[in-house]
Design a protein around this ligand. Structure first.
Ligand SMILES: Nc1ncnc2c1ncn2[C@@H]1O[C@H](COP(=O)(O)OP(=O)(O)O)[C@@H](O)[C@H]1O
Ligand SMILES: O=c1ccn([C@@H]2O[C@H](COP(=O)(O)O)[C@@H](O)[C@H]2O)c(=O)[nH]1
Length: 207
């Protein structure tokens, strides 16, 4: 089977991209439609060669932090009907895990991540471009809670990283990329009308 619709969902860290993606997936699952999800975070570069102190200091909010070459290859492969070996990434150790997962092509591919609209090499692969637009103070509060609960961080480490890279890189790369989007989603992952509009667009496109 070859895939025929690639949807990119971008936005700041903590904007609700993952939640929006999960909710969209649920809509399609209820109708028995096959959707494949790729997370840009899984394409962070492997850093096994670096000591932990170096990894902790890295800028993870720059497009070059990602192996976009591999993501391009994978999207092209899925579009051509081929399976891919999807990498996995650990936020606690800041590197790739050994395991990969075989992903099969599907009629709809959703790709989700902070730099997806800020990277020109990826743009030609998308059919629909979405930007989840959430005020930065809300993103930060969500990130603090999530990173402490799930990503092995402390309040101090989240605050330092936010000031050093997350916020400046947001203004340099993510905020300007908003203007390349087809659709801007406010109110994050639970925006019912946005979910319905998108679902209906996707259904039409797949007829
Ligand atoms: N509308 C919302 N209301 C409350 N919490 C939310 C909302 N959207 C997202 N969250 C929570 O905020 C955190 C970050 O959201 P997530 O979807 O992971 O953001 P992103 O993928 O953009 O970094 C998660 O813990 C998520 O459950
Ligand atoms: O090793 C890492 C890799 C990434 N990060 C941070 O993650 C976010 C992107 O993930 P979201 O799920 O969109 O929040 C990015 O802002 C990086 O700063 C990290 O801290 N360490």
């Amino acid at each position: 089977m070859s895939s025929n619709l690639v949807i990119a969902i971008a936005g700041a860290s903590g904007s609700g991209k993952s939640l929006f993606t999960e909710n969209l997936l649920k809509e399609f699952a209820q109708e028995g439609k096959s959707v494949q999800i790729l997370r840009e975070d899984h394409y962070y570069r492997a850093q096994d060669h670096l000591p932990m102190e170096e990894r902790e200091k890295n800028n993870y909010d720059h497009p070059r932090a990602f192996e976009h070459e591999l993501l391009v290859k994978h999207l092209q492969g899925l579009k051509a009907g081929k399976s891919i070996e999807y990498p996995s990434y650990c936020y606690k150790t800041h590197t790739r895990l050994k395991e990969t997962e075989t992903l099969m092509p599907a009629p709809v591919i959703i790709v989700e991540g902070i730099m997806l609209l800020a990277s020109p090499e990826l743009q030609p692969l998308y059919d629909v471009k979405i930007f989840v637009d959430t005020p930065l103070d809300i993103c930060l509060l969500r990130r603090i809670k999530r990173d402490i609960a799930e990503r092995g961080r402390t309040l101090d480490s989240v605050a330092k990283q936010y000031e050093a890279t997350v916020k400046p890189m947001y203004h340099q790369f993510i905020a300007p990329s908003r203007f390349t989007a087809d659709v801007i989603i406010t109110q994050g992952g639970e925006n019912r009308i946005a979910l319905d509009v998108l679902k209906s667009h996707i259904q039409q496109a797949l007829l």
